[in-house]
Design a protein around this ligand. Structure first.
Ligand code: MGD
Ligand code: MGD
Ligand code: SF4
Ligand code: MO
Length: 706
């Protein structure tokens, strides 16, 4: 029997609404939902393949245990839930009982923010471990954004969103929403919104070392030398100040100090560092200031960056100084039905309350930079990580010097994972606990309504019933917390235990209903259930500041000392010469970080793993298009085919991340056939932003023929 159900795609931040056709419970078709007030029918190739994950025979449906036989060969053996949960709890508790609570390291990967159950129960579970060795994909992604928001506004997730539907000047640095569908800006159907922007006379200006899909669709594009955007952004601020183009609101402290601090970052200096002509920088600053609604936006390319925090601060300053914060067409605040920021559901964040044991790097919001995970495993002493728990993550492919991290993880006493695949990281686990997939669980987006370009609310019940005996992630988290706590010799007091238990008691769906009832949006669960395509709450609203500023005095701090202190590092940073190559990453519309390469639909056709290089750079080295080359950095060497591309700025080469499958012990048969190497076998954990975020872009490399 054929039925159509309304679903939601959780594969990226665009959170597109779906119409899913099922025949006898099997997904036979996936289309965009035209009735969805946010995504308006948009869908991309990944969304179309969401059913493939569910159907994938390689996907884990029951817990597995790694068994090593006498010859040393390993195999995966399916076991029951009870045994698997006990095994995980035994291993984790043993590490804590023997070596203290920091002996357990925890890594949370990206899909956690795309699962309601992970958000409601994952954090609560992790808290029960009370380890300082907590890591996540945040520090290979958006940590600078969060640190800057914490320092300037008073909350790590107080992140103003570009009002793309009404802006007339959209300045984009280091983002490729045509492929990524937007990030920290939930913007389904970016191509159509961009067409609309241009049709109403607006402009999009893109700065990127690669002429990306977004750059090609832009009104204008400028190459920028990787890692040097801070010079350009500060020069834009400097021009605004010098030419008297600022009109900041009254609720800002430290503006004079901030402007004085950047006075020597002139457009000429920026040109020398970045290659962007000084005249163009001046013109962009003037146009930005003059536009009726302008917004600057910088994403992964200026966040996973040696000066990510300075960049994100400068982006905020640009919007603030030109009066574009909290203004129609500028950087605006969302009004979600459940305001996880305003209600304190998500904490404000804190910085440098403790430091990592080996390198002494500060924590942010309870997490250490994942760039230190390997050394925390390898370095003996009190507080050494002896056991690891990964939740929906693949740090071997996604964090710097993954190859060495891989070896370090292989030497741990114990590892458990909550994941749906035996991937490059979870292959080291002693036990893997696989939750249900997205189609089997209810969804309300606690994070991405908060970051969306339009206010909407949507509750999506599970599209297919969980397979018999399957557990949701939140059920796994609840059991894991309970069983591990029970085994600890130094257990927390009864009151603490009861609070922990209460936090994990209710289902995510019930919690959402309660949060809606407690909130003041007027949106009810009944209304959401009656409107499964979503409820439209209208465009973003201007004029909400200063009341909504999270800082206790409701003011903006424009000159955080941490950021100003980092400017000297920028002034004295070593700029790479034009004859040196630097490496950047890239995302393709049909890739999904490291984990959708097991679907045929997304991996057939022309390979796209090659090292892209400008033809002039190839010629300089006597290399032919298509040749096999060795790419070397301070941490390693990979061998990969090179592909000539005019789209790359001379002196810049690019590899996608999330490739390099087929390692022994993984269980992704299709992915194992996908060619390519891991870019993170070249990125260096020593290269960091002041926030602790890894500098994954602008990595010096050499390329030679083999
Ligand atoms: N060089 C370089 N490195 C990068 C980046 C880059 O641009 N360049 N990008 C960085 C960014 S932005 C990010 S977010 C990270 C991502 O890095 P990670 O979060 O470490 O890795 P993912 O590739 O997202 O892997 C997610 C894992 O979760 C599993 N999974 C999928 N769905 C579920 C689920 O519902 N439940 C559970 N339990 N597991 C699930 C998948 O099987 C997969 O193994 O990579 C970062 N690394
Ligand atoms: N199809 C697809 N969509 C995705 C993902 C995916 O893997 N595939 N991942 C999702 C995730 S986890 C995230 S965080 C978002 C990321 O969303 P985006 O940030 O939009 O994604 P990227 O394509 O990594 O864009 C980074 C851009 O920065 C450029 N860049 C690199 N170095 C520099 C630099 O130094 N300066 C400047 N100005 N630019 C630079 C790169 O060329 C690239 O175009 O995408 C999400 N959406
Ligand atoms: S744009 Fe993102 S949310 Fe929309 S269908 Fe594609 S992967 Fe899914
Ligand atoms: Mo990300």
């Amino acid at each position: 029997m054929q039925t159509t159900k309304i679903g939601v795609c959780n594969l990226c931040e665009a959170i597109c609404g779906l119409r899913i056709t099922l025949e006898d419970g099997v997904v036979t078709g996936v289309r965009g939902n035209p009735d969805d007030p946010l995504s308006r029918g948009h869908i991309c190739p990944k969304g179309v393949s969401i059913g493939d994950v569910h159907a994938d025979p390689d996907r884990l449906r029951r817990p597995v245990r790694r068994v090593t036989d006498e010859s040393g060969a390993t195999r995966w053996e399916e076991i029951g839930w009870d045994e698997a949960l006990d095994l995980a709890a035994d291993g984790l508790a043993a590490a804590i009982n023997r070596h203290g609570r920091d002996a357990v390291g925890i890594y949370l990967g990206n899909p956690n923010v795309h699962s309601l159950g992970s958000l409601t129960h994952g954090t609560a579970m992790v808290r029960t471990f009370r380890t300082r060795n907590k890591f996540s994909a945040t520090s290979v992604d958006q940590l600078p954004h969060q640190l800057v928001a914490h320092l300037m506004y008073g909350h790590q997730l107080f992140l103003p969103v570009p009002d793309i539907d009404r802006t007339s000047y959209f300045l984009v640095l280091g983002a490729n929403p045509m492929a990524s569908n937007g990030s920290l800006m939930t913007v389904p159907d970016f191509p159509t919104r961009l067409r609309e922007l241009k049709a109403r006379g607006g402009r999009m200006v893109v700065l990127d070392p690669r002429r990306t899909e977004t750059a090609k669709a832009a009104s204008e594009h400028h190459f920028v030398r990787p890692g040097t955007d801070a010079f350009v952004l500060l020069a834009l601020v400097q021009v605004l100040a010098e030419e008297g183009l600022t009109r900041p609101p009254s609720y800002v402290d430290g503006l004079d100090e901030a402007l004085a601090a950047v006075a020597d970052f002139t457009p000429e200096r920026a040109e020398a560092a970045s290659g962007v002509p000084a005249g163009e920088i001046r013109r962009i600053a003037r146009e930005f200031a003059a536009a009726d609604g302008a917004v600057a936006y910088g994403r992964v390319g200026v966040s996973t960056h040696a000066f990510g925090t300075v960049c994100q601060w400068a982006v905020q300053l640009l919007n603030l100084l030109t009066g574009n914060l909290d203004r129609v067409g500028g950087a605006m605040l969302t009004s979600p039905a459940i305001d996880a920021v305003g209600t304190g559901l998500i904490g404000r964040g804190h910085h440098d309350v403790w430091r990592s044991r080996v390198r002494g790097l500060p924590e942010f919001a309870g997490e250490l930079p994942v760039a230190v995970l390997r050394e925390e495993i390898e370095t003996p002493g009190e507080g050494q990580v002896r056991a690891l728990l990964t939740l929906a993550g693949n740090p071997v492919l996604s964090t710097p010097d993954g190859a060495r991290l891989d070896r370090a993880i292989g030497g741990l006493d114990f590892m458990a994972a909550v994941d749906i695949y035996v991937n490059e990281t979870t292959r080291h686990a002693d036990v893997i606990l696989p939750p249900t997939t997205a189609l089997e669980r209810d969804h309300y987006d606690l994070v991405f309504h908060l970051l969306a370009v339009r206010n909407t609310a949507r509750f999506t019940p599970a599209v297919v019933a969980p397979e018999p005996g399957a557990l949701h992630d939140w059920q796994i988290y609840r059991e894991l917390a309970r069983r591990t706590t029970k085994r600890l010799t130094a257990r927390p007091g009864l009151r603490k235990r009861l609070t922990q238990r209460a936090r994990l008691a209710l289902s995510p769906t019930l919690l959402i209903a309660l949060l809606l009832r407690r909130g003041s949006s007027g949106v009810t669960m009944r209304q959401l259930r009656a409107n499964p395509s979503g409820v439209d709450l209208g465009p973003l609203r201007a004029g909400q500041l200063p009341e909504r500023l999270p800082h206790r005095d409701h003011r903006i701090q424009a000159a955080p000392p941490l950021v100003l202190d980092d400017l000297d590092r920028l002034r004295t940073s070593r700029l790479t010469g034009p004859d040196e190559l630097v490496l950047i990453g890239r995302r393709h519309q049909r890739d999904c970080n490291s984990w959708m390469h097991n679907t045929e639909r997304l991996t057939r056709g022309r390979p796209r793993h090659q090292l892209l290089m400008n033809p002039a750079d190839l010629a300089d080295r006597g290399l032919a298009d298509g040749a096999l080359v060795a790419v070397s950095s301070s941490v390693g060497t990979v061998r990969v085919e090179v592909q000539a591309s005019d789209d790359l700025m001379p002196g810049v080469v690019s590899l996608p991340h999330g490739y390099g499958h087929g390692l022994a012990g993984t269980r992704m048969s299709r992915a194992a056939q996908v060619p390519g190497v891991s870019i993170n076998d070249l990125t260096d954990p020593a290269l960091l932003d002041v926030s602790g975020n890894a500098a994954l872009t602008g990595v010096p490399v050499t390329v030679t023929g083999i």
